[in-house]
Design a protein around this ligand. Structure first.
Ligand code: FAQ
Length: 349
């Protein structure tokens, strides 16, 4: 963002007058209105920063908790090909967590602090990951529906007003697209396999459909953050708009799969040019958010254990970094950056 500079941020930090604060806020508003990106060193309202940290933390936590239900199936994948695909997917989710924690760090909130809050149950992760993966077909249903819902929600986040979040989302969405396709292809194979395989695929879709619709958040009239987030252009569409878009995308895909969506009220509405669909059980959603979903306790216990068991890796990485900082050659090493060759043949540092 050109309008509000690092110098202005420093001026604000040094204790600017109300008038100067007002000018900074006006410049911030103008930059958002002009669809410019807000960058880490730019001045931003405290509430904008806090709301971004809240959403990005929840998003990052979802990525790493989201590894757990599918990781359950890595050792039980039915072929080497399926196993390699699933391992790549689960690793991608870890990477997404890293991009998002790093993006949140640019707002002054470290990964450790966010993880502590997740482990203490003080920050949320997506409701969807509190449901169990009962059969192999669930891996397909997660890819098709959960990653499909994630893409629908996240493509507009590539245009989020906060630069580091928007840029992280570009790569995440590309990878989510592979995740969605692998799930779709898996379900297609099952659906056209034996009657038992078809039944397994249908059962998985029956169980994941409604929770996937809940991923988009509460209905617009109950969404506490949407209005402000849309004014700030963190969110570009409301929860209900994106949910509707997802339903409209899924209906023809389900037909190709040969699987039914478990909603007797689902039908095309000629007048609206969209599908009508049945009522979502928001009581179930609220219960899951309160920690009473089928797997809330299990997921947090597994996550805390994974964190404790990974302590030696963090210690080793910190010791390695410290060794290099303390080394007498550290400064020389920093300036002596190895040269790499770029495709046009020029050497670059
Ligand atoms: N689950 O006012 P709103 C993935 C909370 S990534 C839990 O509408 P907002 C990839 C909300 O935080 C999936 N809590 O909130 C993958 C707020 O509570 P708070 C995650 C929810 O922020 C695939 C309260 O309800 N994606 O799946 C949920 O404007 C496979 C009021 O709600 C993202 O995080 C929910 N479903 O809109 C990984 C995308 N919905 O904070 C592994 C980024 C709402 O006041 C395997 N996030 N809440 O305590 C967003 O787009 C938004 O944050 C929404 C919610 C749309 C999720």
């Amino acid at each position: 963002m050109a309008a509000v500079t690092a110098g202005q941020t420093a001026q604000a930090a040094a204790g600017s007058t109300d008038g100067a604060d007002g000018a900074l806020e006006a410049a911030f508003d103008a930059a958002v209105a002009a669809d410019e990106r807000i960058e880490p060193r730019d001045w931003m309202p405290d509430a904008y920063r806090a709301s971004l940290v809240r959403q990005m933390a929840q998003h990052a936590h979802s990525e790493i908790i989201g590894m757990l239900p599918e990781a359950n199936w890595i050792t039980r994948a039915p072929s080497l090909r399926r196993k390699a695909i699933l391992m790549a997917k689960v690793q991608d989710e870890a990477g997404h967590g890293l991009y998002l924690y790093s993006a949140a760090e640019t707002l002054g909130t470290g990964r450790e602090e966010l993880l502590d809050k997740l482990h203490a149950g003080r920050q949320r992760y997506s409701s969807i990951f509190n449901y169990p993966t009962l059969t192999w077909a669930d891996v397909g249903a997660i890819g098709w529906l959960v990653d499909g819902a994630a893409i629908t929600n996240q493509v507009p986040l590539c245009r989020c007003s906060y630069g580091p979040y928007a840029r992280a989302m570009v790569r995440i969405c590309k990878e989510e697209s592979f995740h969605q396709r692998q799930g779709y292809e898996l379900l297609l194979a099952l659906s056209h396999g034996t009657p038992a395989q078809h039944e397994m695929a249908q059962d998985a879709v029956n169980r994941w459909w409604w929770p996937s619709l809940m991923m988009f958040g509460p209905p617009d009239d109950a969404s506490s953050h949407s209005a402000q987030s849309m004014t700030w252009k963190i969110k570009r569409h409301s929860n209900d708009e994106l949910r509707q878009r997802f339903v409209d995308i899924c209906v023809p895909q389900a037909e190709v799969l040969g699987l039914a969506l478990p909603d007797p009220d689902l039908r095309w509405n000629e007048e609206r040019g969209q599908h009508d669909f049945g009522a979502i059980d928001w009581t179930e959603f609220q219960e899951v958010l309160k920690g009473n979903g089928p797997c809330n306790e299990q997921r947090l216990t597994q996550r805390r254990r994974a964190h404790e068991e990974g302590a030696w890796v963090r210690d080793a990485a910190a010791a390695y970094a410290q060794k290099h900082t303390d080394s007498p050659n550290a400064d020389a090493a920093k300036t002596d950056v190895p040269k790499t060759v770029v495709p046009n043949g020029e050497a670059t540092a």
